[in-house]
Design a protein around this ligand. Sequence first.
Ligand SMILES: [Zn+2]
Length: 148
Amino acid sequence: MGICKDKNCNFCKIVNGELASYKVFEDELCVAFLPLRAINPGHLILSPKDHAEDYYLLSNELTVHLAITAKFLSAKIKQKFSPVKVGYAVAGFEVTHAHMHIIPLHNMHEITSSAYTVIENGVIQFRPENLLNLSDQEKQQIIKKLKG
Ligand SMILES: [Zn+2]
């Protein structure tokens, strides 16, 4: 862990500041930022700074740190966006840098619904056309809300 084998890893580029992102939170071990496309406003990606190809490969200490950070961010999301629940998803098919989705949920189907995903060749794929493509201004407003 720590040394990224993939020179094109976009999450390592975000951590290193080589790729622009909408960061909501950052500390010495992890960073939270807005996904390219979101299920709902307030949907975040929480990622360790060190590269690991899968979430289960993270150290126990880092896993605990991410869980506590996710709890902190979830409370912010609940306070600012008033979802019914805040859900977590870990999969990592599209980006091989361990990360967790933190998603404000207004109903129980927002993670599992075929409105957001489709199964192609036995693999769940997000349907980008049905996800929110927020403007720069909308993203800045979300960051302002979650940092406040
Ligand atoms: Zn990486």
